[in-house]
Design a binder for this molecule. Sequence first.
Ligand code: NAP
Length: 245
Amino acid sequence: MNHESGHPVALITGAGVRLGAATASLLHSSGYNVVIHCNRSRQSAESLAQTLNTARPNSAAVLQADLVDDEQVLELGRQAIANWQRLDVLINNASAFYPTPLDSITADDWHMLFASNARAPLFLASAVARELKQQRGCVINISDLYARRGLSNHSIYTMAKAALESMTRSLARELAPDVRVNAIAPGAILWPPDENLAEDKKEAIIDKSALKRMGDPADIAHAVLFLARDASYVTGQVLHVDGGR
Ligand SMILES: NC(=O)c1ccc[n+]([C@@H]2O[C@H](COP(=O)([O-])OP(=O)(O)OC[C@H]3O[C@@H](n4cnc5c(N)ncnc54)[C@H](OP(=O)(O)O)[C@@H]3O)[C@@H](O)[C@H]2O)c1
């Protein structure tokens, strides 16, 4: 356990790599202490924490948890608060993403995709709500533009993200006036690591955005920072960061 912190503390799930790591880095350079959650990317998470702790001692910690396991989810919430005896921001960023064509859909897929994208965010919010109220903090849920639009072969994933956006609106009411709850719906920022999308498909996706380009992980990180630090009169919203898709 670290010592009590004068810095606000943010827990970012799935922050060992990609968008979560970019968010942890920006929040850190903006004065937050960060709890970097990971599951399989422990090595990257530790290396990120080391870099951040070199820049500012005792400012980053790593917690590992499989968000499919309810007990590990609750323990993650408890440990995140215990680390600096405070928590100001919960960022539900971790997400499983893979296709589930309707003709081969299974109950296991439902369980896996809902666990990280909807179930764990809700139970994690429940585990830390009292502390967030005390700090007058906030929750930021990372959704997806396809939650509203739908995506062929990805019905479970998009349903889980739609549930996450619905949860955003319900908790914004339930945790008010102390805690703000918002979501961000990214467009194409980084291609999925496990899905080999053909170049023409990538181009077609990019072409559908008004800005005609991919986003950058920093675009999501800056939106998170805005909602966490600067948007004190914003709650219950889904901010689309998708290049005008
Ligand atoms: N990338 C994009 O262009 C894009 C577009 C739209 C929406 N989004 C949303 O933005 C967020 C970040 O995107 P991303 O592409 O950076 O995500 P990602 O790399 O696909 O996943 C982020 C992390 O989620 C964690 N995770 C998945 N299942 C988990 C489980 N059961 N327990 C614990 N951790 C689990 C993994 O952590 P470990 O590696 O440590 O296991 C993974 O590194 C996600 O919510 C995603 O849906 C992204």
